[in-house]
Write a protein that binds this ligand. Structure first.
Ligand code: HEC
Length: 144
């Protein structure tokens, strides 16, 4: 677990380094706003919250919790075990890599992010994900 200022510093540096000129500059701040929202919610749930962990996000991404739908036992069932890879839907369509370094507009649209967390957390974990889990997940995807 890395502490809050460090976690955000690391994420911030990575986002700056992946941002291109012009319009892409809005993407890191959009992503940071989403992470800040999850941090505020996580802090409300747990006053001892002190930052997101990319390592915890990786463990969450690779886990097979055994409680979701049998055909989607893990996030990696569709997104593959490496977020750098192109994934595949159950219908066989490509999914752009989840890693921010490969797909720079990842996690920049709150509505899209929330819609897919809701859907995919239900299918894999059989429940909604917590703000801490969502923040860890995005921290992992931004760390690659
Ligand atoms: C059944 C296949 C499938 C599984 C399993 C799956 N996903 Fe996804 N996920 C998708 C598809 C399809 C999209 C939307 C296409 C895209 O964004 O390229 C998506 C998009 C997302 C997004 C939106 C990303 C963005 O650009 O904002 C998030 C967040 C996400 N998934 C998280 C997860 C998490 C967390 C898990 C495991 C709990 C998971 N997914 C498991 C298929 C899956």
């Amino acid at each position: 677990m890395i502490s809050c200022p460090q976690a955000f510093a690391v994420v911030g540096i990575l986002l700056i380094s992946t941002a291109g000129p012009g319009e892409a500059q809005g993407l890191p701040s959009a992503r940071k706003a989403i992470l800040d929202g999850y941090a505020a919610a996580a802090k409300q749930n747990d006053p001892t919250f002190h930052g997101f962990s990319a390592a915890a996000g990786q463990a969450f991404f690779l886990a097979h919790p055994g409680v979701g739908q049998p055909e989607t036992p893990s996030c990696s069932a569709c997104h593959t075990t490496s977020p750098l890879n192109v994934g595949r839907t159950r219908a066989g369509k490509d999914i752009a890599p989840m890693a921010v370094s490969r797909t720079p507009d990842r996690f920049t649209d709150t509505t899209k992010v929330e819609r897919w967390f809701t859907r995919n957390c239900r299918t894999v974990y059989g429940r909604l994900c917590t703000p801490q889990e969502k923040g860890n997940f995005i921290a992992f995807m931004a760390s690659l």
